[in-house]
Design a binder for this molecule. Sequence first.
Ligand SMILES: Nc1ncnc2c1ncn2[C@@H]1O[C@H](COP(=O)(O)OP(=O)(O)OP(=O)(O)O)[C@@H](O)[C@H]1O
Ligand SMILES: [Mg+2]
Length: 368
Amino acid sequence: MSENVIIRFDQVTKQYDNDTVVLDHVSFEIERGKFYTLLGPSGCGKTTILRLIAGFTEASEGDIFFNGNRINHVPANKRQVNTVFQDYALFPHLNVYENVAFGLRIKKMNQADIDQKVKEALRFVNLNGYENREITEMSGGQRQRVAIARAIVNEPEVILLDEPLSALDLKLRTEMQYELRDLQKRLGITFIFVTHDQEEALAMSDEIFVLNEGKIQQSGTPTDIYDEPINRFVADFIGESNIVPGKMIRDFEVEFAGKMFECVDQGLHANEPVEIVIRPEDLEITDWNQGKIQARVVSQLFRGVHYEMLCYDEEQNEWLVHSTKKATVGDAIGLNFDPESIHVMRLGETEEEFDKRLESYDEVSHEK
Ligand SMILES: Nc1ncnc2c1ncn2[C@@H]1O[C@H](COP(=O)(O)OP(=O)(O)OP(=O)(O)O)[C@@H](O)[C@H]1O
Ligand SMILES: [Mg+2]
C-alpha cells in the first residue's frame, strides 16, 4: 500500500438488522491531499460511507484503515476527520465566532490560540469581519462557509462533505463549487465530497467513485469515467449517452444499427453481444447518403451553445445529437462518428476486467 493512502476500505459491508445490504463488499483507497467525490442516486450508500469514515456507524463486515491502522472500533471523537453536514448543523443560538470556536473550546484550548485559529479559518472562507453575526442573520452560502470554517479550524486530515451545496440556488452553487475546489487546493487537506449531481462531480473532483445499490460501479478521473463508462448505469448517470445493442463481430469490428463499423476495441469473443455508447457531441450531422447511419429527426431544441436533435435510425434506435449544425424536424439526415467515439461495453464486466482490457488497448496502440 502506498504511503500516500490515507483511508482504505477493504471489502466493507454494511447491513442494518439483518435487513437489506446497504453497502456490499466495497473496497477503495483514498490518497492524501486529493478531492474525491462519491456520486450516485438517492439511497445508494453515499452517506453511509461517510458515516463509516467518521465513526458514526460501524461496518458489519470488512476493514477500514486510516493511515494504515485498522479503525473499525475507534470512536468518532478520536478520528482525524470532520464532517460538513447537508443542513450544516450549525448552532443557531451561537454567533459565527462561537460556532467556529466550538470544537476548540471542547479541546480546552486557551483563548489566545482560539482567537488566532478562528480568525484564520474565517479568513480562509472569506468571512473575516462576520465574527459577531448571528447564524440566523447569515445567507445560505454564508452559513455553508461557516460550516466549512468550523470543520477546517480543527485541522483534520480529512474533511467529509455531505451534499453541502444542495440547498443553494444554481448561481451560488456554481460559485461555491469554485470556492470549495480552491479552498481544498490551498489547504491541501483530503476532501471527500458527496453529491448526486454528475456535473458537479465532473467539475470538482480529482477522482470520482460512481455508486449504485451499495456497490462501486466505477472509479477514476472525471475524464476516464466520462470517456470510458464501464456499463449502462455509469454511461447513463454521467452525461447524456446513446446506448444501443450491438454485437462484436471480431477485433476492431462491431455491428449495430444494422451495419458494421470499424472500432478500437479488441479481445472480446467473436459475435459477443455488447452495448454500444456514443456521446451526443460525438455525432456529426451530414447528408443522408454521406452518413454511416441514416436517421430521421423527430425533435429539435436550441440549447444555447448547441442544438439538440432526437433522431431514429432505420432499426428504430434512438440517437440524441448535440451539434452546432441545425437539422429540422422531419429531415432525413446522415450521422457520422469516429471509430474512437464508439465505446463498446461488455455485459456484466467487472471493473478489474474492464481496466485490464483498456490497458491492453494502450499496449497495442503503442506497438503500432
Ligand atoms: N439507520 C438506518 N437503518 C436502516 N436503514 C438505513 C439506515 N440508514 C440508512 N439506511 C438505508 O441505507 C440505504 C443507503 O442510505 P444512505 O443514506 O447511505 O444513502 P445516500 O446515498 O446518502 O442517499 P441520499 O442521496 O438520499 O442522501 C438507504 O436505503 C437507507 O434507507
Ligand atoms: Mg445521503
